[in-house]
Write a protein that binds this ligand. Structure first.
Ligand code: BGC
Length: 757
């Protein structure tokens, strides 16, 4: 995407696990944490991991007091056989960062090339010096492939090099019993079916014990200059050894090709990995390195960029690259909360995708956005079963967290009770419809999701004495306030979902797709009920304060005593019993403010501003999904400086480990938030009645910014500079837009002058 390099020149072993996250390699299917090939230096904490998006095992959920309908099994992403290990001896001494002398050290994430590398000059205890360069990539072209290219050059004389490369299938997942954001037990998830060596490496086949899914990995090596490989294997491990004497200035390179496949997409994963491996070895690693660069260059040409502030631009690039690394593109998976960079939240998919991540793909890679919707469609039947389990007579309820479609949340107050996920999913389908106009997809899949989610709201809600449509006992995005009546965000989502379903049904009917409505059993009466409930939706509002209320009871609670809360007690969820939190006015994250961002129509500007100020005072931002939303609303309401502060915090969340848990993986929703802030916050993008509106502002720290958007088959680049906005039509038909109230037609290159910025 955007050009950037993160370079670390200091070795900070206490932050090793954080670095492993930041320097992970992933391509939406396969993810490999950036662990040291030679192993973890003594005293450092490491989470050695490798994952396939959506490849899971099942785990039992145990409750001392189980009640009806609690999920009894959950899915968990599986740590796969470890292929990262390559150990080296230089004249008999093992290379490691804690032995010999590290003369120079550089670790690089190059989003331009789509690779990570370590470049080290190392001296052993006999003063023999070598240069080591290790380059790694997970290919965007061949998603099953991870390549590790290990080169060593003799610097001051002849060296004897021995290399030992392993595949270890005896692996477990990472766990921490004291942190609810990672798994608490350390059960083994893989049963090893076979371990075999070949003439260039070997292959392993494993089955996830609970889910029965199977996977295979095949590994092959090439050595340059050619030297003999000695390969052995045990029941759990394959070991490939080679050794050579190299003269001063000469380089020895071992390239390790690692291929993974799993039974969800391949009926014979072993056959697939062997075929892909032989093609990859024929093509050679350089072919994939080159292709990676070309692929990213194409995307970069029109990616989001910030001008005049290198560190903000680099941080933005890091975030966008993180999204690209995390997104499944084939409809079988989604974007996990931590992408493929770690095991936090056990590889689960949440609403994070639909609300925070989806827009980036919708604007820049609509096919990937569509694949995300395909995934939601693929689990619609499970969502129907889930709704029935929770007592609903009709409709579908998406699980709060899942991999394969069933609910994986063991704590329903801040899990299954977040019914807003239905509205979030509906929101992404509506956005897709608005931005692409893809009627075939809506007829085929979109309408069904919209109708089934809308049906659920009708079943879940009821009319009160004042004829308002009420939705009781649910939890909004703010997980410090649970099981409330009429959460404003949830009700807004439900309203949007109900009217979206009506709108799409009417378009389908007008465009000759009535058969779709018949197939789904939609009647005119039902659409009337949807419309009526949407119109009568209860949306709590406080006249005196002119704010929307988070829910019916929120404002009557005691305000949290922030002055008496020590800094080390954040995030509050790790220090206070949930009930204590629920009794206070304290928010983990944007809730009503998020509703004002997504559903602003009909809300007075004063209500938006008052609500923003009110909720800001009581929001801890303990969730990384929060600050970007406050930033967007500050940008939209004209406080650019404050918005900019929120932006800095958002884009640096992982780069500076601001939540203290980047070791468990990147925060993909927050990364999406970085994009949302630029496009929906600073540029003020909105969709309204068939066209796009912009109302840009520009932080004083920047000279400008640009991004590009696919809209109804046209691709438009939007560049905001001081005093003007330049619209360039890159592809397709001219696009009608409104810039700060001026109606314009984006055709060719158009510069719109703006005095205000
Ligand atoms: C947030 C949720 C989010 C989840 C996964 C939690 O901390 O409160 O809104 O979906 O993290 O990112």
């Amino acid at each position: 995407m955007n050009r950037m390099k993160i370079i670390i020149e200091k070795r900070n072993l206490s932050e090793l696990a954080v670095e492993e996250t930041l320097f992970h390699n992933a391509n939406g299917y396969l993810g490999v944490r950036g662990c040291f090939e030679e192993g973890t230096p003594e005293g450092a904490q490491s989470v050695r991991g490798c994952y396939i998006n959506g490849f899971y095992d099942t785990v039992d959920l145990k409750y001392p007091e189980a009640l009806y309908g609690f999920p009894t099994t959950a899915q968990r992403i599986v740590n796969l056989p470890d292929v990262q290990t390559v150990k080296m001896w230089v004249n008999g001494q093992a290379f490691s960062l804690s032995e010999g002398t590290v003369m120079t050290y550089k670790r690089v994430l190059d989003t331009d090339a789509g690779v990570t590398k370590r470049v080290i000059r190392w001296k052993n205890d006999q003063n023999q010096i070598c240069d080591i360069e290790i380059r790694r990539l997970t290919s965007f072209l061949e998603k099953r492939l991870f390549v590790l290219k290990y080169s060593v050059t003799a610097v001051n004389g002849e060296l004897n090099i021995e290399l030992e490369s392993t595949v270890n299938a005896d692996v477990k997942n990472h766990s921490n019993p004291n942190d609810p954001r990672v798994a608490s037990d350390d059960e083994a998830h893989l049963r090893i079916e076979s371990v075999d060596s070949t003439d260039a490496g070997g292959c392993v086949v494993c089955t996830a014990i609970g889910s029965g899914l199977s996977m295979a990995a095949a590994v092959g090596h090439t050595v340059k200059p050619q030297s003999k490989l000695t390969i052995t294997n045990s029941d759990t491990e394959i070991m490939t050894k080679t050794s050579a004497n190299i003269q001063q200035g000469q380089t020895l390179t071992v390239t390790k090709y690692c291929v993974f496949a799993d039974s969800r997409g391949d009926c014979d994963p072993l056959k697939t990995v062997n075929t892909v491996l032989s093609t990859a070895m024929k093509n050679g690693a350089d072919y994939y390195f080159k292709n990676q660069q070309e692929y990213l260059a194409k995307l970069r040409a029109n990616a989001a960029v910030i001008f005049g502030n290198e560190s903000d631009n680099d941080a933005l690039a890091f975030n966008l690259y993180g999204l690209l690394q995390s997104a499944s593109t084939d409809g079988t998976g989604n974007v996990a909360a931590k992408g493929l960079s770690g095991e936090g939240y056990e590889g689960h998919y949440f609403w994070d995708t639909e609300i925070y991540i989806f827009p980036f793909f919708l604007h820049t890679l609509p096919k990937t956005a569509r694949a995300m919707l395909e995934y939601r469609y693929s689990i619609l039947n499970k969502a129907r079963e889930h709704a029935a389990l929770l007592g609903h007579k009709k409709g579908a309820l998406y699980p709060w967290r899942t991999i394969s479609g069933s609910e994986c949340s063991g704590y329903f107050p801040s899990g299954s009770a977040q019914y807003h996920i239905n509205g979030d999913v509906a929101h992404s389908f509506m956005q897709y419809w608005y931005f692409t106009g893809d009627i075939e997809f809506m007829a085929d899949k979109g309408a069904e999701v919209l109708i089934e989610t809308a049906r659920l709201w009708l079943d879940a809600g009821h009319y009160n004495q004042n004829h308002e449509f009420c939705i009781d006992c649910m939890t909004g995005p703010d997980e410090y306030t649970c099981l409330v009546n009429n959460n404003y965000y949830t009700n807004r989502c439900a309203q949007y979902n109900l009217s979206g379903a009506v709108e799409v049904c009417s378009v389908l009917r007008q465009r000759g797709y009535s058969d779709v409505l018949n197939r789904l059993g939609v009647t005119e009466d039902e659409l009337c009920e949807f419309r009526h409930a949407a119109d009568a939706m209860r949306l709590p509002y406080d006249v005196k304060r002119d704010i929307n209320l988070q829910d019916d009871s929120f404002i009557n609670k005691k305000v949290w005593d922030f002055d008496a809360t020590p800094k080390e007690n954040y995030p509050l969820l790790l220090h206070y019993h949930p009930l204590y939190l629920y009794r206070h006015q304290v928010c983990k994250q944007a809730d009503t403010v998020l509703a004002h961002f997504l559903f602003s129509s009909g809300v007075k500007e004063s209500t938006i501003i008052n609500s923003l100020r009110y909720y800001e005072k009581i929001t801890t931002h303990d969730s990384s999904l929060s600050k970007c939303i406050f930033g967007i609303m500050y940008a939209r309401t004209g406080n650019v400086e404050k918005a900019y502060d929120y932006y800095r915090d958002t884009i640096n969340t992982d780069l500076q480990n601001r939540h203290g848990n980047t070791k468990d993986g990147i925060h993909t929703a927050n990364m999406g938030g970085a994009y949302l802030m630029l496009v929906y916050g600073f540029a003020g993008l909105r969709y309204m009645e068939n066209h796009l509106l912009l109302s840009p502002v520009l932080p004083k720290q920047w000279q400008g910014y640009s991004f590009s958007i696919w809209f109804r088959g046209s691709f438009v680049k939007i560049m905001v500079k001081r005093g003007s906005v330049i619209l360039t039509l890159l592809e397709g038909n001219p696009v009608r837009m409104t810039v700060n109230g001026q109606k314009v037609l984006a055709d060719g290159r158009l510069e719109v002058n703006l005095d205000a910025i």
